[in-house]
Design a binder for this molecule. Structure first.
Ligand SMILES: [Mn+2]
Length: 231
C-alpha cells in the first residue's frame, strides 16, 4: 500500500543513520562519499531526501536505492515532474531543459518502470535515530512548526502541503536572511534539501544539506546522530 509519510524506528539499530539530498544523478559521487564514510550496507540506514534524478550522468541508477532494505528515498520536485508532464502541468521541454532528458531517451517499458518506482515514493519521514533522537526528513519545506501535524495534511492528500513539501522555500529564505524561524516543536532536528548552499546551513533545529551536486561535485553525506551531537 502506498504510504506518503514514513514513521521509522531505528532505536534498535546497531548502525548509523546517514542522509544526503539532491544527488541529481551523481550516484558515482555518492558511492565515493559512502566509501569514505565506511558505509556498512548491512547495518547503516541511508536516506536520500528527494531529487535523486535529473541533471547528472547516472539518473538511471536511482532504482538501486528504491525498495532496497536499509535505503529510503523521498520524493522531490524532480521525481514529481514525471507525473506533472503526464498530466500536462509542466511541459516535457521544461523537464528536459532541467536535466530530465535521460528519461525520454528510455524505451516505454523502462519509462513505465521508473515512473511507477518514482511516483510511489513517500514525501516525508519521521525517524527515531539509533541514539533515539526524533528527526524529520523532507525535500523542501514544512508549513508551520509541527512536523507531524504537517505530515498529517500530506497523508490526507492535501495538494498545497504536498507542493510545500516538494517545492517550498519560505523557511530557507528566512533562515538564510538571518530572520528567526520557528523551531520545529515536535522533533530534535529536521533535514531539508532542495535549496542549494555552499556548505550545510543550520538554523535552530533545521539543516539544509543540498550542496549543489552535480554542479559543485560536493556530496554532503551526514551521520545524523553525530551531526546533532556536534551541533
Ligand atoms: Mn528540489
Amino acid at each position: 500500500m502506498y504510504e506518503s509519510v514514513l514513521d521509522i524506528d531505528l532505536s534498535q539499530s546497531e548502525g548509523r543513520l546517514l542522509v544526503a539530498a539532491d544527488i541529481h544523478g551523481s550516484f558515482d559521487a555518492l558511492d565515493r562519499a559512502l566509501e569514505e564514510i565506511g558505509y556498512d550496507r548491512d547495518r547503516d540506514t541511508v536516506f536520500l531526501i528527494g531529487d535523486m534524478i535529473d541533471r547528472g550522468p547516472q539518473s538511471h541508477r536511482c532504482l538501486e536505492w528504491i525498495d532496497v532494505p536499509g535505503r529510503y528515498c523521498l520524493k522531490g520536485n524532480h521525481e514529481s515532474y514525471i507525473e506533472a508532464v503526464c498530466d500536462g502541468r509542466i511541459s516535457r521541454q521544461d523537464h528536459e531543459e532541467d536535466g530530465g532528458r535521460w528519461f525520454y531517451l528510455l524505451d516505454e517499458i523502462a519509462r513505465n518502470a521508473y515512473r511507477r518506482a518514482l511516483l510511489s515514493l513517500p514525501l516525508a519521514a519521521r525517524v527515531i535515530t539509533p541514539r533515539r533522537r526524533r528527526v524529520g526528513m523532507i525535500h523542501a519545506d514544512v508549513a508551520g512548526s509541527n512536523f507531524w501535524q504537517f505530515c498529517g495534511h500530506i497523508r490526507h492528500g492535501d495538494y498545497r502541503s504536498e507542493q510545500i513539501a516538494m517545492n517550498g522555500r519560505s523557511r530557507f529564505h528566512a533562515a538564510r536572511e538571518g530572520r528567526t524561524i520557528p523551531l520545529i516543536s515536535d522533533l530534535d532536528h529536521v533535514f531539508f534539501g532542495h535549496s542549494p548552499v555552499a556548505d550545510p546551513l543550520t538554523v535552530g533545529n533545521c539543516s539544509w544539506i543540498d550542496t549543489g551536486l552535480p554542479h559543485s561535485g560536493q556530496v554532503t553525506l551526514i551521520d545524523v546522530d553525530q551531526w546533532i551531537d556536534s551541533g
